[in-house]
Write a protein that binds this ligand. Structure first.
Ligand code: FAD
Ligand code: EPU
Length: 336
């Protein structure tokens, strides 16, 4: 059944009250195919958990909510498994399922909101792991041909918060299943950021994957606003990748500027640090603003619009360019 003119407020973690002209759900690739057969040539928007979108106006299209469920063991090797998940599974539930089976690889990605199906879109990452590190393959429905196609990691062209599905293949496929190759031996990826300190605080010397998940959850809860309480979509901007030359120039004025090695001799800067130094952290514009604990997160305190938050992000980009000669890129998908 296709619903008409429904509010998407409950379907995006910013909580913006924009309307979808048409809205329906599918829980299998067969249902998806049938819906597309009946709605040829309509413009479409594929919706997962709505945790990485900024709605700026009415969606004059057919919104398709992915609800394909099911987790299947595809291969059971001596020291690894390949496990395939329906795209409509909640990402964190999938992580908890893997932990309960002692399959290691995604525990550092605990508590990232959203669906399994969206995880390859921007190659989700946190605490030293990106899904490209554990990715086996995905199955995606080609909207034009009506055929299901299999993609390996190389074909997905994963990068930092990037994939082919955000670039050359944008809007052409619906991701229906994603498979991961996980280790039966605990990988214990604890070197990133505050994980080791957090484990120490918890009094744990030899962590299980459950302990690592708990540590990540605890760090995330201390920094990031819970979308159920304050509307947000996580990091609004990507951390900028810049030349070493620019970092050296910036160090002359800002000796403590955080910077990390990136690929091809480039450096990654911390956008949150730049935004904080520029004085935006915690700035409140009535019902929207910049989060007080994490300057990379823009928030809707209730009743603001995507347009207002988008305009704020434009102001921030302009200011960071003026102050640091660094161009910030939005991470959140702007839907306009
Ligand atoms: P949606 O927001 O529904 O969709 C995102 C985009 O993907 C849209 O363009 C949509 O059309 C497209 N899409 C969704 N599903 C499909 C599909 N099946 N087929 C084709 N296209 C599809 N991200 C990180 O990487 N690391 C983090 O640490 C992190 N932390 C976050 C913390 C908070 C509090 C929040 C709110 C967000 C955070 N995010 C993080 C961002 C977000 O959780 C991820 O980007 C997540 O993968 C989005 O999933 P979703 O199902 O909500 O996608
Ligand atoms: N920082 C500040 N001020 C701030 C925020 C951060 O100075 O307000 C500094 C921190 O002190 C630290 C550095 O910036 O030196 C990095 O901060 P943090 O560890 O909090 O991580 P981040 O770079 O802000 C990234 C991801 C997150 C991911 C975490 C953990 C991006 C755009 N963001 O944030 O992903 O969870 O690392 O791995 O890469 C998301 O994509 O939505 C997201 C939340």
């Amino acid at each position: 059944m296709i619903e008409k003119n429904i509010s998407l407020k409950a379907f995006n973690t910013f909580g913006f009250d924009e309307v979808a002209e048409e809205f329906t759900r599918f829980d299998s690739s067969e249902k998806l195919a049938a819906i597309l057969e009946d709605n040829k040539n309509k413009s479409l928007f594929i919706l997962g958990g709505g945790s990485n979108i900024l709605l700026t106006k009415k969606l004059e299209c057919l919104v398709l909510k992915n609800e394909i469920k099911g987790i299947k063991l595809i291969e059971d090797g001596d020291d690894f498994v390949v496990v395939e998940s329906g795209a409509g599974e909640v990402w964190h539930d999938f992580v908890l399922h893997c932990i309960s089976k002692n399959w290691s690889g995604v525990e550092n990605l605990s508590l990232i909101p959203g669906s399994v199906g969206a995880s390859p879109m921007q190659n989700i990452g946190a605490y030293g792991v990106e899904i490209k590190d554990v990715f086996a393959y995905l199955l995606a429905y080609n909207i034009a041909s009506g055929k299901m196609e299999k993609f390996n990691a190389e074909e997905c062209k994963f990068g930092y918060r990037e994939s082919a599905f955000k670039q050359t293949l944008k809007g052409l496929y619906v991701i229906c299943h994603v498979a991961f190759r996980l280790s039966k031996k605990a990988l214990k990826n604890t070197t990133y950021g505050a994980i080791e300190d957090e484990l120490k605080n918890m009094g744990i010397a030899d962590p299980s994957i459950q302990d690592i998940s708990n540590a990540v959850i605890s760090i995330r809860k201390s920094k990031l606003p819970d979308p159920a309480v304050i509307g947000n979509a996580g990091s609004f901007f990507k951390n900028p990748i810049v030349s070493e030359e620019l970092v050296n120039q910036l160090k002359e004025s800002f000796p403590n500027i955080p910077n990390y090695p990136s690929t091809d001799g480039m450096k990654k800067l911390a956008a949150g640090w730049l935004i904080e130094q520029a004085g935006w952290k915690g700035k409140n514009f009535g019902n929207y603003g910049v989060h007080e604990k994490q300057a990379l997160v823009l928030v809707n305190y209730g009743g603001s619009t995507g347009k207002e938050v988008y305009d704020l992000s434009t102001e921030i980009i302009r200011d960071i360019k003026n102050k640091f000669n660094v161009v910030l890129e939005r991470e959140v998908n702007i839907i306009d």
